[in-house]
Design a protein around this ligand. Structure first.
Ligand SMILES: [Zn+2]
Length: 324
């Protein structure tokens, strides 16, 4: 089983990391429309056939969406934005092209689309709608920009696919991880949170995208059923005493740990939220979790656990002074 310490290291990144990460070779490649869409990767049909299959309408199928590591339905807002982007291609008479970090739009299409989406964003009344639009647009662009370029399972470029190196493993039945991921980390090649569901499967390590209503609803419905005492957030909450894993769970009976397939104690599943974003983004994500905790349980207090610093070699690797 992946140790909790390693999970922490995988999902918490120092704020200094994004500019450094953006220099990685893997993400520096630029995709021309040709290389993005005409690649004959087995994971994604060529663009023209997708158009035919979908009658030029919604171009992300449920199968394609779920292939990226989720069991959720295709989020409605994402589908709408993909549809709008395809419509704008015709309207602007300019083809979408993607490149750089996280499949960003490029070229003439980007210039025109930029004006359009900024106007849409400004016109939205409340901050909730703005967040949902921001998240859905980020995800829609990444879906279109990664199609046929990234392996859907490991999120690496198809030629760098490392799926054959990953050995799946059962997670202890008493734990479920929730990867609460910022949209800017979705389909990032150097994202490490995805490793959790690659190893443990999407039922044991579930993706929840920040600002995507369908995902947040699935997660909070599960938490409501589980009860507050069975939900923990791995986050160093400055406004509450930090509880270490050892302190929080030392008294717990972990008798089933060595029997992953046993069905005893199944009623008690500990849900761990792992915030997957930069340090800067994680603060906003944690605020949202507290707001949603208040809606669910009437109080903002969300039990947090932290890990002893220095406990993990992986964490040291992520610390700013160790970056290069
Ligand atoms: Zn792969």
């Amino acid at each position: 089983m992946l140790s909790t310490a390693r999970v922490f290291a995988c999902n918490f990144k120092p704020s200094q990391s994004p500019p450094l990460r953006s220099k990685t070779q893997m993400e520096a490649r630029t995709r021309s429309p040709q290389s993005t869409f005409s690649r004959s990767g087995s994971l994604s049909p060529p663009r023209e056939s997708l158009r035919e299959e979908n009658g030029g309408g919604t171009v992300i199928t449920l199968q394609e969406w779920q292939g990226w590591g989720t069991e959720s339905p295709l989020p409605e807002r994402v589908a709408e934005i993909v549809h709008e982007l395809k419509y704008l291609e015709k309207d602007f008479n300019a083809q979408m092209s993607f490149g750089g970090v996280g499949g960003k739009l490029q070229g003439d299409f980007k210039i025109q689309e930029d004006k359009k989406h900024r106007a849409t964003y400004q016109a939205l009344g409340d901050s909730e709608k703005k967040l949902q639009f921001f998240s859905a647009r980020q995800i829609a662009c990444r879906l279109l920009g990664s199609r046929g370029y990234l392996c859907q399972k490991c999120w690496l470029a198809l030629e760098d696919c490392m799926c054959s190196k990953v050995i799946p493993c059962a997670l202890w039945h008493g734990i479920r991880f929730w990867l609460y991921m910022h949209p800017k980390d979705f389909l990032r090649q150097n994202n490490t949170g995805k490793l959790l569901w690659q190893v443990f499967g999407v039922k044991a390590a579930t993706l929840c995208l920040f600002g995507i209503a369908e995902h947040e609803e699935i997660m909070w419905n599960t938490f409501a059923l589980a009860g507050k005492s069975n939900v923990w957030c791995l986050y160093p909450n400055k406004n509450a005493p930090t509880k270490l894993v050892q302190d929080s769970f030392a008294q717990e009976s972990l008798g089933g740990l060595e029997c992953p397939s046993t069905t005893t104690n199944r009623e008690k599943i500990l849900n761990f939220i792992l915030i997957d974003g930069t340090w800067n983004n994680s603060a906003a994500m944690f605020r949202r979790l507290k707001e949603q905790a208040k809606l669910a349980w009437g109080e903002e207090d969300l039990p947090c656990i932290s890990l002893a610093m220095g406990a993990s070699a992986m964490h040291k690797l992520r610390s700013p002074q160790q970056c290069f």
